[in-house]
Ligand binder design. Sequence first.
Ligand code: ADP
Ligand code: MG
Length: 140
Amino acid sequence: MAIERTFSIIKPDATRRNLTGKINAVFEEAGLRVVAQKRIQMTTAQAESFYGVHSARGFFRDLVNFMTSGPVVVQVLEGENAVARNRELMGATDPSKADAGTIRALFAENIEANSVHGSDSPENAAIEIAYFFAGLEIVG
Ligand code: ADP
Ligand code: MG
């Protein structure tokens, strides 16, 4: 299995509740390594662009408001099969449907404030990583 990189966000509901370390412990215990990381306050323009694929959805404006409501931690995770592995560790979008032990089952507040983002494909991982990080900021 190839070593891969994926993009991860610890969302405002989780930073507000001081869960950054607990969430990253799940990734590290599963063998994913944090190879880039920064805490930022997302702007409305950044959140609208990042979630642009969802711009026609009814929840889009609420989602942008939520993602800009407090600090987030943007990060790059590296490891075997990192894109799919991260999605497994995150659990389903709706925490009431997430498998026991997943990050969203453990920590998410609801379908919107669901604690983490993770890229859904290697192609999107590359786009999302490049949106937030310069190459030299990623140290594997
Ligand atoms: P995922 O984050 O699991 O890849 P999506 O890409 O479908 O899920 O949605 C992006 C984000 O939009 C979700 O993580 C969540 O914060 C929010 N979201 C998705 N569906 C809904 C919904 N039905 N109501 C409110 N917010 C939603
Ligand atoms: Mg998604």
